[in-house]
Design a protein. Structure first.
Length: 94
């Protein structure tokens, strides 16, 4: 397994409620294709809905939610992204 850059963290160390960019998937080609089929691609921005915890994590990418078990959390490297601010009431009316 290759080393992860200091600016990246594994998905297991990300913070619930944050937005992350998928930067590396360090697994076999077959498993990588399986994740691609679920919509988990390099460069995708995901919102962490639940976890990470002992069971795993729930990610939201666009309108799709993906549940990943604990073993996946250490093979996916992510970079924290700033969460977009919630629109104000005035912005919602426009």
């Amino acid at each position: 397994m290759t080393q992860i850059s200091p600016s990246l963290v594994t998905l297991g160390r990300a913070i619930q409620g944050s937005a992350v960019e998928i930067c590396a998937i360090q697994t076999s080609p077959q498993e990588r294709r399986r994740l691609l089929g679920l919509g988990l691609r390099l460069g995708s921005v995901a919102h962490i809905c639940q976890g990470p915890n002992a069971q795993g994590v729930v990610l939201q990418i666009g309108s799709v939610r993906i549940a990943l078990g604990r073993p996946w959390l250490e093979v996916i490297a992510v970079r924290q992204r700033p969460c977009p601010a919630a629109p104000t009431l005035a912005e919602k009316r426009v």
